[in-house]
Design a protein around this ligand. Structure first.
Ligand SMILES: Cc1cc2nc3c(=O)[nH]c(=O)nc-3n(C[C@H](O)[C@H](O)[C@H](O)COP(=O)(O)OP(=O)(O)OC[C@H]3O[C@@H](n4cnc5c(N)ncnc54)[C@H](O)[C@@H]3O)c2cc1C
Length: 533
């Protein structure tokens, strides 16, 4: 037998809140200090070896479609591994699906963001129905009858895995169906029809090419009604207690996100109720998209945090060439650069989350302009970061028993759904053009007194004021630079000088085309130590 040597211990058990200085500070800074104790309890639960194992089990045992019962009746149910249900129960108990709506108060969206940031580090699949349910509430309020009947269930924290009509359940979850086979970004191409049933309700006929978490209790669906594209609420059971005519054709075989089911569905006269004004479906459902886009930032920042925590932990214990990896100068540069990216993403995500707790003009601008911008850049950085963090673990990082392959496979999805990269950058251009005081609010946000940020922000302001700002081909560059400016301003204001200096030196000037290119003169050790779990 060979001797097992020079291997790190597992990172767990650990507390995902108390071991994360950047997260702790963000929670306090963005007005959710009151939630710290509850978040610490959640952080400890998520960091237990048995919870970590649930994430592995749920991914090793993906959901399976059961179309018919033994007698041949259609059932259209999806079976999940018990680990999935246990993780869902943890998430609902913590209120991650609806707490800011059930108990609104300053910092409520920030507190919920922090819980979700931690959850997604341990398992990202469950995050999908959690995010959609969270995002659905403002849209549902456009249908007062639906809201009255359903919100008490959506606020429920006692996860109910049963597939039964909502009246008998302790909690309900909401999904959404917009994307069709012939078009996802261009929703105007939707062909699903909504026919008035004569009793105020509608019947849906058509399909959706992606409808994730099909075991949610109800869905927000876009469909063409007599007055144009409209938003509908479609429960999985009709008010008469029958299974609604929602037929799941198959489950997608996805790159990652394995624990979660994403389905192709057909509607064969499915019962549905109108939400909002008929013919105004896109603006109605877009309200939800802003929240789910915030969640894409939370999800990708969380993935990055887990990757950085695992990488630094490994490098602390593993020796190569007579030194711990963390003490090898070049590895220190790579780790510091990874930590930097994660801290910038996290700081911006939590700044954004605070804008969802506030309702003044500045908050509205930040929400409308900075949400899609941050979604673009943060989600784009996650695949690159999870890959580089995997390499820190050497060959072991490529092996499924480490969490690294799962993080890496999960990383691209947040960039694709809820507005893929290009579409989201074009939305940023639209948001800047249509939000009258965007320039003024962004200027105030970027005003730090720091010369490096001032120079970068000044050039950005010139570009934003020039007619070329509407050049679609340059939308990615403009969006990236807006995010870098926001991140730099936040780090200069709130992070230790070593972090802010490293960010400005590599992201505002210098080269960040790969990780580990930080220039000389940066306190690499301080940046890594701050991020160490
Ligand atoms: C795991 C997963 C789960 C999902 N779950 C759901 C769900 O629950 N509900 C749901 O409705 N959808 C869901 N989706 C679908 C997702 O939202 C769409 O795939 C996405 O919106 C893109 O639409 P599309 O696939 O039709 O691509 P297309 O619209 O064909 O776009 C293809 C590419 O072209 C780019 N593009 C489009 N227009 C332009 C333009 N004008 N200029 C430049 N580039 C452009 C896009 O950015 C994209 O990169 C899910 C997707 C995945 C991968």
């Amino acid at each position: 037998m060979f001797e097992v040597a020079n291997q790190p211990p597992p990172l767990d058990p650990y507390n995902l809140l108390t071991s994360d200085a950047c997260l702790r500070e963000a929670v306090k800074r963005e007005q959710a200090g009151w939630a710290a104790d509850g978040l610490s309890t959640l952080g400890a639960t998520l960091g237990k070896p048995e919870t970590v194992k649930l994430g592995f089990d749920a991914n090793k045992n993906p959901p399976a479609l059961r179309s018919f019962d033994r007698y041949g009746h259609r059932v259209d149910e999806v079976d999940f591994h018990p680990a999935w249900h246990e993780l869902m129960a943890i998430a609902l108990r913590a209120g991650l699906h609806s707490s800011p709506w059930a108990d609104p108060k300053p910092g409520a969206h920030v507190a919920r963001a922090a819980g979700t940031y931690m959850l997604t580090q341990i398992e990202s699949g469950v995050y999908c129905p959690i995010a959609m349910t969270y995002g659905s509430v403002p849209t549902l309020r456009h249908a007062p009858d639906v809201a009255k009947a359903w919100l008490p269930k959506i606020f429920g924290r006692d996860y109910d895995r049963r597939f039964v009509p909502v009246g008998g359940k302790t909690a309900a979850l909401i999904g959404m169906g917009m994307t069709e086979n012939q078009g996802g970004s261009d929703l105007r191409t939707n062909t699903t029809r909504a026919e008035p049933a004569g009793d105020g309700a509608f019947r849906l006929y058509g399909h959706k090419w992606f409808m994730s978490a099909p075991m949610c209790d109800a869905f927000l669906i876009l469909a063409q009604s007599p007055k144009g594209l409209s938003c509908f609420f479609m429960p999985r059971w009709t008010p008469d207690g029958e299974r609604n005519a929602v037929h799941i054709n198959r489950l997608k075989d996805k790159l990652g996100n394995k624990s979660n089911a994403s389905s192709e569905v057909e509607f064969n006269g499915a019962f549905a109720q109108l939400v909002g004004e008929e013919g105004r479906g896109i603006p109605t459902v877009i309200e939800m998209a802003n929240y789910t886009r915030l969640d894409c930032c939370i999800g990708s920042s969380g993935l990055m945090r887990q990757a950085v925590a695992q990488a630094i932990h490994h490098a602390r214990y593993r020796t190569a060439f007579q030194k711990k990896l963390i003490d090898q100068p070049l590895m220190e540069n790579v780790l510091a650069d990874l930590a930097l990216e994660c801290e910038a993403a996290t700081a911006l995500t939590f700044r954004l989350a605070r804008a969802y707790d506030e309702d003044d003009e500045a908050a509205q601008v930040i929400r409308r302009v900075a949400t899609p911008a941050a979604k673009f850049w943060i989600c784009k950085r996650a695949p690159a970061l999870t890959y580089e963090a995997m390499e820190v673990l050497g060959g072991s990082g490529y092996i499924e028993e480490s969490i690294m392959p799962r993080l890496y496979r999960e990383a691209p999805v947040n960039s694709i759904w809820e507005g893929s990269g290009n579409v989201i950058c074009l939305d940023v251009l639209r948001a800047i053009a249509r939000t009258p005081n965007a320039g003024e609010v962004l200027r105030a946000e970027l005003n730090t007194g720091d010369a490096r940020v001032k120079t970068f922000a000044g050039k950005l302001a010139e570009r934003l004021a020039a007619p070329e700002r509407n050049d679609e081909a340059q939308a990615r560059t403009l969006t990236r630079d807006l995010v870098l400016a926001l991140q730099a301003a936040l780090l200069v204001k709130h992070a230790p000088p070593a972090v802010a200096d490293a960010f400005c030196a590599s992201r505002l000037t210098g080269d960040s085309s790969a990780f580990g290119l930080l220039p000389r003169g940066i306190d690499l050790r301080a940046v890594v130590e701050r991020a160490a779990p």
